[in-house]
Every structure is written in C-alpha cells, then in structure tokens.
Design a protein around this ligand. Sequence first.
Ligand SMILES: N[C@@H](CCC(=O)N[C@@H](CS)C(=O)NCC(=O)O)C(=O)O
Length: 252
Amino acid sequence: MRYELYYWTGIQGRGEFVRLALEDAGADYIDVAREQGDAAMMPFLRGNHPGARPFAPPFLKAGRTVIAQTAAILFYLGPRLGLVPQSETARLYAHQLLLTISDLVVEAHDTHHPIAGSLYYEDQRAAAKKRAEDFRQRRIPKFLNYFESILERSNGKHALALHSYVDLSLFQIMTGLNYAFPRAMNGLRPKLPHLCALAERVATRPRIAAYLASPRRLDFNESDIFRHYPELDAKQLSAQTRQPGDNAGVTK
Ligand SMILES: N[C@@H](CCC(=O)N[C@@H](CS)C(=O)NCC(=O)O)C(=O)O
C-alpha cells in the first residue's frame, strides 16, 4: 500500500504527527502537496473528490479510503503500521491519548492566535501575551504532568505497554514546546524525567533519526503551530535570581 499524505507545504503542522508514524514504520508514502503543491488538496477540501470529505488537512488516502483528523488517521494507521498494541482497550486508550494531545496542540496554537486565525499575530499581541502566560503557567504543566503520570503508570518508557504512535506524538509535543517556550520548558523539565527520556529515545530510533536529519523534516518556523516569540515565553531570569547550575536563562 502506498499511502498518500495531504498536508500544507512549508510547515510541520499537524501533518507531522502522521509523518512521524509513517517514517518510523518505514511505510511507503508520498507527501502529496510537497510534491505537487497545495492545490492538490483542493478537490478533496471542496468536495470534488469521491469518498469522505475532509474539513481540513491533514488527511490520508489509503487506496480509495480518505481519512481526515489527525487522531483518526493515527487510529487507522496504528494497527496497520504495528504502532499500537492489538487489544481494543489499548487502541481506544491510544486514541484517547492522541485526542488529548490534539487538545494541547490547539491550545499551543491559540497562544499566538488567541482571537482569530484570520488575523495576524501582530494584531493580537496583547491577548497573546495573556493567553501564553496562562498556557505556560497552568496548561503546559497540567498536560505534561498528566502525560508524565501516564508514562509512570505504564512502564516508565512508553505511554502504552509497547512503543506506539502515542510515543511518537509525545516526542513531537516535547520538541515543539521546547522550540516555542524554551525558558518555560527549562523550568519544567526537571519534573518530567520520563517525558524527557522518551523524547530523547524517540529521536534516536534509527528511522526517526534518519528522518530528522533529512530534508523531509522541516525546521519549526513562525508560520507553524509551535512558534517561538520570545515575548510569549517565560521571563529570562536575571543573573541575581539564577541558581547555580540553573539553565533557565538559556535562550534560543
Ligand atoms: N482537528 C483537526 C484540525 C485540523 C486543522 O485545524 N488543520 C489546520 C492545519 S494544521 C487547517 O488547515 N485548518 C483550516 C481551518 O480550520 O479552517 C486535526 O486534528 O487534524
């Protein structure tokens, strides 16, 4: 089966969660818009293609089947790529965790676009600052402490009993948040040993390491979901308040 992934060119975006699963499994796939341009997605989005009509990318075409929504795509791919345990209970748990990751992705996006996606960041900067502060102080810790506890309850290494697409997605979350909020994440990292170790382990999986080093892995950028705007990150600690060995002042 040659899978067709459809996602906007130029950013990792939500397409990256699907890409990581396809890459990790060594699946045969084509990143259609990157080869043919964003216009290749339009027949699907406008309803001019037979089968299920996606509301937004990413979507996946597998033979005649079209699937949209990141979590649903991974729910479909998981068993086919050997990226989820077999039991129904485990598959549903993986899906639940992926939907929670999707919620976090929305909130990460809303830090820089709290009012409207159709407005420029510069036009919603004041609201973005307030939103980002709450995200950093309450929401990131709540989400990441939750995922840390999921790893702890499992075997400390994986979200489920075995390596799965959930681990790959947690890697993407950690990488994205480290990029967007480096100072806030420096402060949180000591309390997230399992998540940090998982992210490091995923990055060294041979196919993922090869993918990350390839031109297929785009850099994070300020058109993407995870954006680095220094004014939305935690404040830089002054030399006086910094503790010995404390990395909280490190900036990109
Ligand atoms: N819940 C969907 C969200 C899809 C989504 O928001 N896609 C973005 C790109 S990452 C998009 O193109 N949205 C267009 C829109 O919402 O109008 C998912 O998780 O896949």
